[in-house]
Design a protein. Structure first.
Length: 101
């Protein structure tokens, strides 16, 4: 859990605000721009039948009114981050990334 909280702080810094949410319930009112993230899977390297190196892969979604948000580049510059796709919903732009952390 400590690593996830560390990631949370890294995302807050990249966003420039505290509008970062980990698996938020639908009842929460989000402020935008925001980053929503959740665990996607586990990236592990086995050795001698045990997990030798392992890290969680998180899916991040940057939600912003601005389709050319400067936050995009800040998120992409985080180590082990790759861009997946984008879509528009409810008049908000969503950019999806995967990060191994």
């Amino acid at each position: 859990m400590g690593r996830r909280l560390n990631l949370h702080e890294v995302l807050c810094e990249a966003l420039g605000s505290r509008n970062v949410y980990f698996q938020p319930p639908e009842s929460i009112k989000m402020n935008y721009p925001a980053i929503v993230y959740e665990r996607q899977n586990r990236d592990a390297t086995p050795a001698d039948n045990i997990e030798y190196l392992g890290a969680w892969v998180y899916q991040l979604t940057l939600i912003d009114k601005n389709p050319d948000s400067p936050i995009l580049d800040r998120v992409l510059n985080l180590p082990s981050t790759r861009y997946v796709r984008s879509f528009k919903s409810d008049n908000l732009n969503h950019d999806v990334f995967l990060i191994t952390y």
